[in-house]
Design a protein around this ligand. Structure first.
Ligand code: HEM
Length: 382
């Protein structure tokens, strides 16, 4: 677990990690500056690892794209995720949430991740894309493989042979979406996959690779993060029973409680960038072609930005946290993640008189430097 999550301020705002050979940035204004300057801090970090990734696995992954290519693809997809478009999903999300909670209605205890927090977002994103949500056990395996591959990469990054970026795990995901995309070309449907296949940017259609890579990104980015947010929100409310009681009594606090959980236990801990030129950050010179890790989760505890940064406070407003990033790569799915979390938290509070962890069966957190979230969250609900 990161030191700032235990209430300790990082010693430096910027530091070079000798072993891992990357720069860590922990401060709020510095992280904002990095995210606001994509020309200097590029998202395409594969430029530092030439030939490590086939173009077919990269093109269409917004998180690895910069400049005009990124703008084009983002423009094309952004309308699918505006707060208005997403608001239309509310009845269906409420229904799925109800169905999942009906299954555990008679129980004394639930395991939040399995029973709700994992299933809800994966069903929603699968239905949005138009692929069978009954394939979700397979999606979960893919997500687990992705997380494991990323961890392995970080662990081996200090060794020369460890420079290879791990993208092998994306092959089954690409194959899966390639098959579904081909099917949509023959028989269009009312789903996001069909819209991607038919979409045109500047008179050009997306390539096969772009459609499949982007759909794969949505599937993976679109569920485990929301699972973590919902779990983390409940963990925070459990740790602060008086605040849980306030939110229960006044549901207008649900959205601010969710924003505070995004700040306090940010599911996505950092953004990774590659410097394109020499640059100074907090008085520290960083040369060109260096990997920079901007720790949003530490920036979200920066006392220069937040009063009582290590206090969880459901009434914190305004709350300019960086949990969804900032700038041109700001999370595309933020409106959806917020809506799902709001519906799910309200449903939990409506149905269950208590939401408390059991000291005998405590939450299990993921072991991953990039993500903060529970893997297992047993709760007493009576
Ligand atoms: C980007 C966090 C849910 C799709 C990002 C970024 C963050 C983030 C921090 C910026 C990464 C960067 O700057 O390098 C989260 C969190 C979520 C969540 C905390 C849930 C609580 C979702 C959902 C979807 C989604 C539900 C899709 C349905 C994306 C996409 C990008 C992105 C496509 C890339 C945008 C770009 O590079 O232009 N997310 N996300 N995310 N997110 Fe999310």
């Amino acid at each position: 677990q990161h030191a700032w999550l235990r209430g300790q301020q990082p010693e430096a705002t910027v530091e070079y990690d000798e072993k891992q050979r990357h720069w860590n940035v922990f401060g709020y204004p510095e992280t904002v500056d990095i995210l606001a300057d994509p020309a200097t801090f590029a998202s395409d970090v594969t430029r530092l690892y030439p030939d490590s990734i086939p173009e077919s696995l990269k093109d269409g992954d917004l998180t690895l794209m910069d400049g005009a290519d990124h703008r084009k693809l983002r423009k094309l997809t952004v309308h699918a995720f505006t707060p208005r478009t997403v608001a239309d999903l509310e009845p269906r999300i409420t229904e799925i949430c109800g169905e999942l909670l009906d299954k555990v209605a008679e129980q004394e205890r639930i395991e939040l991740v399995n029973d709700l927090a994992y299933s809800l977002p994966v069903i929603v994103i699968a239905e949005l894309l138009g692929v069978p949500s009954s394939d979700r056990d397979m999606f979960r395996e893919w997500a687990d493989e992705m997380l494991a591959a990323q961890m392995e990469w970080f662990d081996k990054k200090d060794q020369p042979q460890g420079e290879q970026m791990p993208l092998d795990f994306t092959a089954p995901i690409s194959d899966y979406f390639r098959e579904h995309a081909n099917e949509r070309r023959k028989r269009p449907r009312q789903d996001l996959l069909t819209r991607l296949v038919e979409a045109e940017v500047d008179g050009e259609r997306l390539t096969d690779d772009q459609v499949t890579t982007f759909a794969g990104l949505l599937l993976t980015a679109g569920h485990i993060t929301t699972t973590m947010l919902l779990g983390n929100t409940v963990v925070c409310l459990d740790a602060h029973p008086e605040q849980q009681a306030r939110v229960r009594a006044d549901r207008s606090m649900v959205p601010t409680a969710i924003e505070e959980a995004l700040r306090f236990l940010s599911p996505v801990a950092h953004a990774i960038r590659a410097t394109t030129t020499d640059v100074e950050v907090a008085g520290q010179r960083i040369p060109a072609d260096q990997l920079v890790i901007a720790w949003m989760s530490a920036a979200n505890r920066d006392p220069r930005q937040f009063d009582r940064p290590h206090a969880f406070d459901v009434t914190r407003d305004p709350n300019p946290h960086l949990g969804f990033g900032r700038g041109v790569h700001f999370c595309l799915g933020a409106p959806l993640a917020r809506l799902e979390s709001r519906i799910a938290l309200n449903a939990l509070l409506d149905r269950f008189p208590a939401l408390h962890t059991d000291p005998g069966d405590p939450p299990v957190f993921m072991e991953h430097m990039s993500f903060t979230g529970v893997r297992r969250l047993p709760l007493r609900i009576r």
